[in-house]
Design a protein around this ligand. Structure first.
Ligand code: HEM
Length: 399
């Protein structure tokens, strides 16, 4: 028994919660603003305002000791809370992710989407059922970020394989008492292999710089005082963050539009609605369902609940995105809902660097999908295999 109250020991690793997390998230919301879960070893947050406050107060809520630090390594800026050091590293790449730079990638993204879509369309028209997660969504963002990093096309299969193993590790992390899962061990192997590959790429670009993101980082001011291993970890985080997430978002969009035929019809007729519709899918079905931070510098107070220093806080973005205090009828999918900046891309210091890129990729991919196979239907059971990065896979579709 613990004196941490309120308490709900929900198992966050069941098939049921992966498939439909929302009933459990509402149970947690009803139990209090911060609810201790001894099974998960952390405090669960469901309120939009509490999650935003937590994410914006990096002095109180750190990534130091939180699960993402284990995944990315403490030198990757995605987990660095020292603001000047974080910002110096983030700013090396920030210009490449501004609207103007991303707009220039439209032809590349369009080509990649066309290449993925042509065989899928052919198979669908021949009457086959296709796994849209694997055969359409999966590779598009991986190929885009690989190209931005200046990696050759021949490296693509390995990049997808390494990222997938890392993604599976996020879904099956070590247990609260430190027991490793097979997926975590496989993820560690993939991280090592990807790391070795990136170190080779860095060595090459040191001698022959290009206009790619690896060259930019290797020759940057902050990199002058960093080890090769630390530089590599920053490149690795970008490669991973830039593709597993977007791929899963595309899958969610296809599923949600299948379940909401009126919305699909409206989008087929008017593509101008697509960007906001995609954003509403991100609110309704976010990819990153769990965010993590650790309390430092004394106990924290969340909505009147005292959280001891050193405790883990688990933020449920999918619950924040359906918080009735922020959204009217939050469980209703509505593509005409005014976008209110949901939590799907994070908030505060670590808010997503690739948000504009992901949005442009999603508009191009879904627009072309609706051009070519507007009458698709989900044709079988959709799988969901985790909360950390949640997306539909397999995603069987047919015409
Ligand atoms: C649908 C797609 C995406 C989703 C749902 C997503 C989600 C997120 C979230 C929730 C965070 C905050 C993590 C935290 O605070 O702990 C984040 C950070 C980040 N994302 Fe994304 N992301 C997506 C696409 C991308 C893309 C395409 C890239 C780059 C190519 C990218 C790069 C990053 C980076 C570098 C950070 C760390 C930013 C920092 O620490 O300053 N993401 N993302």
């Amino acid at each position: 028994m613990t004196d941490r109250q309120p308490q709900l020991d929900i198992d966050l690793y069941t098939r049921e919660i992966f498939r439909d997390p929302y009933p459990q998230l509402e149970r947690i919301r009803a139990a209090g603003p911060a609810v201790w879960n001894a099974k998960a070893g952390g405090w669960m947050l469901t309120g939009d305002a509490h999650i935003r406050k937590t994410l914006s107060n990096f002095e109180k809520f750190t990534l130091d000791g939180a699960p993402p630090q284990r995944l990315f390594g403490p030198e990757a800026f995605i987990v660095i809370d020292d603001k000047p050091r974080h910002d110096a590293l983030r700013n090396v790449w920030a210009p490449a992710f501004l609207r103007g730079s991303v707009e220039k990638l439209r032809p590349l993204i369009g080509r990649i989407v066309d290449d993925m879509l042509a065989p899928v369309e052919e198979r669908l028209r021949a009457g086959e059922t296709v796994d849209a997660a694997k055969d359409f969504c999966r590779d598009i963002p991986a190929y885009v970020i690989a190209s931005m990093l200046g990696l050759s096309d021949s490296a693509r299969p390995d990049i997808v394989r390494w990222s997938d193993a890392m993604g599976a590790a996020v879904i099956s992390p070590p247990s609260a008492d430190g027991r490793m899962t097979p997926a975590w061990i496989a993820g560690e192997d993939a991280k090592r292999e990807l790391g070795e590959f990136l170190i080779e790429q860095m060595a090459f670009r040191r001698k022959q710089p290009g206009d790619d993101l690896i060259s930019l980082m290797v020759h940057s001011e902050p990199a002058k005082s960093m080890s090769d291993d630390a530089i590599m970890k920053n490149c690795r985080q970008l490669l991973f963050a830039g593709n597993e997430t977007t791929a899963k978002w595309l899958g969610h969009i296809l599923v949600v539009l299948d379940r909401h035929p009126d919305a699909r019809r409206a989008l087929i007729e008017d593509r101008a609605l697509l960007q906001d519709a995609n954003e509403e899918v991100m609110r309704f079905e976010p990819v990153v369902h769990r965010g993590h931070r650790v309390v430092r510098g004394g106990a924290a107070d969340i909505g009147g609940v005292t959280i001891p220093e050193g405790d883990l806080v688990i933020m449920f973005m999918g619950a924040g995105n359906r918080d009735p205090a922020r959204y009217a009828e939050p469980a209703r999918f509505d593509i005409r809902r005014p976008p209110a900046g949901n939590l799907g891309f994070g908030f505060g210091l670590h808010s997503c660097l690739g948000i504009t890129l992901a949005r442009v990729e999603a508009v191009i991919a879904i627009s072309k999908w609706l051009d070519r196979v507007p009458g698709y239907r989900v044709a079988g059971e959709v799988g969901y295999d985790g909360l950390g990065l949640r997306g539909p896979s397999p995603l069987p579709v047919a015409l």
